[in-house]
Design a protein around this ligand. Sequence first.
Ligand code: BGC
Length: 767
Amino acid sequence: MIKKTIVAGLVLLNFCIFTSKADNLIYMDKKQPIEKRVEDLLNRMTLEEKVGQMNQFVGLEHMRGAESNLSEEELKNNTANAFYPGVTSFDVERWTQEGLIGSFLHVVTIKETNYLQSLAMKSRLKIPLIIGIDAIHGNANAPDNTVYPTNIGLACSFDTTMAYTIAHQTAKEMRSMNLHWTFNPNVEVARDPRWGRVGETFGEDPYLVEKMGVATTQGYQGNFGPNDVLACIKHFVAGSEAINGANAAPADLSERTLREVFFPPFKAGVDAGAGTLMTAHNEVNGIPAHENEWLMEDVLRKEWNFKGFIVSDWMDIEHLYDMQHTATSLKEAFFQSIMAGMDMHMHGVYWNEYVCELVKEGRIQMSRIDESVRRILYAKFKLGLFDLDTYCDPEASMKVRLCEEHRQTALNAARNSIVLLTNNGILPLDEKKYKKVMITGINANDQNIMGDWTALQNDENVITVLDGLKMVAKNTDITFVDQGWDPRNMDPAKVDEAVRKAKDADLNIVIAGEYMMRFRWSERTGGEDTDRSDINLVGLQQELIEKIKASGKPTVVVLISGRPLGVEWIAENVDALINAWEPGMYGGQAIAEILYGLVNPSAKLAVTIPRHVGQIQLVYNHKPSLSFHGYKLSENTPLFPFGYGLSYTKYQYGIIKLDKQEITENESVKVSIPVTNVGDREGTEIVQLYIRDEFSSVTRPVKELKDFTKVALAPGETKIVEFTITNDKLRFLGKRLDQMIEPGTFKVMAGSSSKDEDLKTAVFTLK
Ligand code: BGC
């Protein structure tokens, strides 16, 4: 615990010194260069104040929520619900006033962000707080903000401009609430759908993740103006491929796989100037990420020249002691993490006290503390926290949040992220043909369509699928059978009711999937900390769909989920299947518009959909020998491959051409391919470029995505799509993990999905 009395005395003394000189302080002078301001401030700080800048706390209301449910005795001893045993929100308020806390997280109202800053303004040096939040797809954890589709859906749009715009708008909404730092983008490559967090990633392909991650980072950070926020690339590294698909379980991956698959999006984020990075819950090859000097110092700082600050994940430094056992005490855990390169502790007590002791004992040099504080202060200056208004105005904020432009972006993003997986011709639906429609399923009329990392929003701002159908199919007689929101507790009587009503309808729509809403933390089946040992539909959902299909009436299924689900029977038996992912607050409208053909679907899968859990790791960019022997009793192909998605029109690809058949190392190859819309309605096609190094000294994937573009085509229209293959697209890691390009032949593939049948090929040789 912080030594309260000594610190209080110091604060009083220093306050007097500070106020007498306040007018001509270099660090308060916005005309001075940031570096000079940082050094000036650093020189004025006590050890306690420096260590406080390296510490974060959850918001007061968050704490009080726990306090109000627990007795004082319970509070002292309970680490599960009350985050800070023995500490009350009043202690945290006092420490903020004493300048002993640098950052907060999980603050969701302007009242509180302003209040916390007012406390910081009472401190000796008046260092503003940096307040962080998980604004993963809009600032959705706070009420009354625009909620866009989650990252996995956004990735399926292959639309980096959209990713930039969403991040930019999110930043504006955040800053209007006095929030400065988002814990996004999550740039982990997700190849295991058992892991509950696939929805917050950009999928399985390093190149696509990299492009979406960079656009998102740039959208948040802009030029660090008053409407921009700090981005946080996370989680470094490989938490997405932990053993058993379980969040925080150990990851054991070769350095080759780390460098080829998991590092590139982080490296690209660093190059794009990401201001912060969060380490992963898990250990990596035996060393916890939170004390991994190789990752933090050697790779990030020395190899990649990362200039921002590193923040720990939620109490993970503590876990070095209480779970991973590399540290014999909490103090030792803090020591290990700081010495490995950590800058900020998320979050809580004991940090200030132990870290100060470690410095006084000479185990951590003051210069090491200064390095971290310098990075944190630099970010605060860069964001303008010392120079702009300390407080924000709730009225002005509500003009930014949920403004028409942002709502429109959320709707367009949803329209572009929904993937049509199967369609026997039933879609788009004809209102004249299907006059009576029954809609059912756990996601038919629930805010859950917004996905993980979302607080309950005002109902008026969310269009559920039922709402959307009513808006779009105005002349249809719609019957809704409510299955409740909870897939694990479905009522068999409600299933029977839906089946009965299915027989009377002309068409049935089932909105199935998972449950992700955070306010019912322990009931969720998808999202953070909801890893699963299978990927089937939970509860009676499969039975519901099978029985409705057996009614003999046409059946359409829409999935709402962050992770891919193993829906082989459904894909093969229902009339149409749509994967809407977590489409955000206007998801219901976008789904209805696609069902009725007001919008032509264009999204393509950013992740492979396996048939079942045994097929996990059947990623498209696998090595050539993967299916040499194959499975005995089941298919070797996934249910749907990466890059796949249908449209209501048809595209035809012409002959692929290369401008050269032979190149030298410094030359590039221009690829062109004509794409024609041969259907009768306009559409947008996502054209994908893959490359295969045919023979190489180390094994290479059967294909790797190297570029993509979106083309809008009117019926009958042809456009020539062009790509340039520069030599960086041919590089790989040699036997000694050195970057190299080898002479030989390269296969170029361009087309509509990663499936061989969907690609046109050509070959060139590197001399
Ligand atoms: C998650 C992080 C998140 C943090 C703060 C952790 O549980 O792993 O991704 O940023 O909580 O909410």
